[in-house]
Design a protein around this ligand. Structure first.
Ligand SMILES: Nc1ncnc2c1ncn2[C@@H]1O[C@H](COP(=O)(O)OP(=O)(O)OP(=O)(O)O)[C@@H](O)[C@H]1O
Ligand SMILES: [Mg+2]
Length: 263
């Protein structure tokens, strides 16, 4: 049975993509069959995994607009043992092209349904907006949404709008849609501000916040320029450890027992 989670927050730069690829990399390292779906026309997840977005032949765009079965063009990274449904700049047109299409909100869900149970986990990386692409991401989020929140000033800004969008999608299109968890990112233990944000987010989303907090780390910011997740770029770093812990926390909450420990 595949678990599908969507990383969503319409605020830009909060760590959606960084969390998607690094969580995915550790889930794969821990023996899960994992697919990252890049649903953002910026194609950052695609680039962060070392794929040139301009060289992508078929992408999320073709899966959504042409309804091509994605199994044929999912890329597999041998080194990371990780699959990617890449994005391409063409996806920027999809919001407009979808508007008059029948079943426009269900295109991504249908595409992923066609993969049957080939993966244990599918993580979908959304663009920083609440448009039709993100709505496709919400409808495909069979097991819930993961909301990264940056431990910075104005962290809670926009979360009301996000919560209302989730409620609207729930009541109109997908009653089972749930918030699976909130992930605190870019935490700086030296500032009182970061600590305040942690407390505020716990108050705003009681029982929903992951125990694991992702620290601010220059290693996480550097890794994408090498086309690598932090698990390969700086495996000994605190940032790497925190994403491994996050992966373990998710697996544990999902009731998945790990047979072996990592090397
Ligand atoms: N924990 C962290 N410590 C330091 N830098 C980070 C951390 N997480 C992410 N970054 C950096 O912050 C920037 C924004 O992160 P990221 O791209 O993951 O956010 P995003 O929410 O996906 O952004 P967008 O809304 O544009 O898609 C990137 O340059 C990334 O490398
Ligand atoms: Mg992103």
């Amino acid at each position: 049975m595949t678990r599908i989670y969507t990383l969503v927050n319409q605020k830009g730069g909060v760590g959606k993509t960084t969390t998607a690829i690094n969580l995915a990399a550790y889930l794969a390292k821990l023996g899960q069959r994992v697919l990252v779906v890049d649903l953002d026309p910026q194609a950052n997840a695609t680039s962060c995994l070392g794929v040139d977005k301009h060289g992508v032949q078929s992408s999320t765009y073709e899966a959504i607009i042409n309804e091509d079965a994605p199994a044929g063009f999912i890329l597999f990274n041998e080194r990371l043992q990780l699959s990617l449904l890449p994005s391409s700049p063409a996806l920027a047109g999809a919001e407009v092209e979808l508007v008059d299409e029948p079943g426009r909100e269900f295109r991504l869900k249908n595409a992923l349904d066609s993969l049957d149970d080939k993966y244990d986990y599918i993580l979908i990386d959304c663009p920083p907006s609440l448009g039709l692409l993100t709505v496709n991401g919400l409808i495909a989020a069979k097991d819930g949404v993961l909301i990264p929140v940056q431990c910075e000033y104005l962290a809670l800004e926009g979360l009301g709008e996000l919560t209302r969008t989730i409620q609207r999608v729930r009541s109109a299109l997908f009653p089972a849609l749930q918030v699976r968890g909130v992930i605190l990112t870019m935490f700086d233990g030296r500032t009182l501000l970061s600590q305040d944000v942690v407390a505020e987010v716990h108050k705003y989303f009681p029982e929903k916040v992951f125990d694991t907090i992702i620290p601010r780390s220059v290693r996480l910011a550097e890794a994408p320029s090498y086309g690598l997740p932090v698990s390969s770029y700086a495996p000994g770093s605190n940032a790497a450890k925190s994403y491994e812990l996050l992966a373990r926390e998710l697996l544990k909450n999902d009731g998945i027992m790990l047979a072996e420990s990592m090397e």
